[in-house]
Design a protein around this ligand. Sequence first.
Ligand code: ATP
Length: 296
Amino acid sequence: LIGIYGPLNMLGFNYREIRQAFIDMEQMVQLRAVRPDIVDAPDARDLPPATGHGAEIVFKDVEYRHDARSTGLIDVSFRAAPGDTVALVGPSGAGKTTAVRLALRLIDPQSGAITIDGADLRQVKQAALRRAIALVPQDVALFNDTIGANIAFARPEATAQEIRAAAEAAELGPFIDSLPGGMATLVGERGLKLSGGERQRVGIARALLADPRVLVLDEATSALDGPTEAAIQETLRKARAGRTTLVIAHRLSTIVDADLILVLRRGRIVEQGRHDELLEKGGEYAALWRRQTRTA
Ligand code: ATP
């Protein structure tokens, strides 16, 4: 019996493990999916050196349709000056994710152009772009490895000092020091289970490891508990310093200080401005704000 079940059990065990690993990888790379149609142009360039003040991001008449029926993004133009925080808000299906995917160059616009520091994304080496723009996703997937390896996931060649610096910037330092094995502590399914806030911090640390000039935040739809959420927002506020930030915001309270808020509906920008201006306008944003502050 052992002769038969032994190998089967082993197979089952391996299969589960392998499947989980694939699911984890899929979650982690979903926004970094390797697209065969997105390749470096033969004359692709590096970006001009970073200034330490973020990057200028410009969308000019950008249009992207997923298919004949879906809106995607239509006629979208805006400019994020170096260091600015630009927030994307709007109902489900408005085009927020599409805009972010375009900014990360996971897809290319069908017409119009997107530039970073004056360079068309299609003319920039993808490796350079990946260093320049980093994403903090809604859900941070962890895999069964050390917390250090989880942070270094996107840059496995990072040095211990770099990993430590990213962890510090994400304000994970004291937490990591409290772990029995420090950076070498195993996390994930078969290791230490992290809280929602700690996972988000790992996501922030991962993004910061690239020391990006542009940070893309896809805010989680559900807030963490009050103090944890406030602490994460404070960490993000610091992480945004010296960078340009694009944020998909679900809670308008997190973007009251944004330099530019774009209200999207059915792929189009229907309102734009700062929080106070939009409230004064008394349009869609104001209505959204009233709804959210009433239920809060
Ligand atoms: P949510 O807040 O729900 O994430 P969103 O504002 O991010 O919504 P998008 O995901 O950008 O909206 O979607 C914009 C439009 O494009 C929607 O009509 C959506 O159905 C469509 N769409 C998005 N992704 C695809 C896809 N891969 N194939 C076809 N249509 C898509």
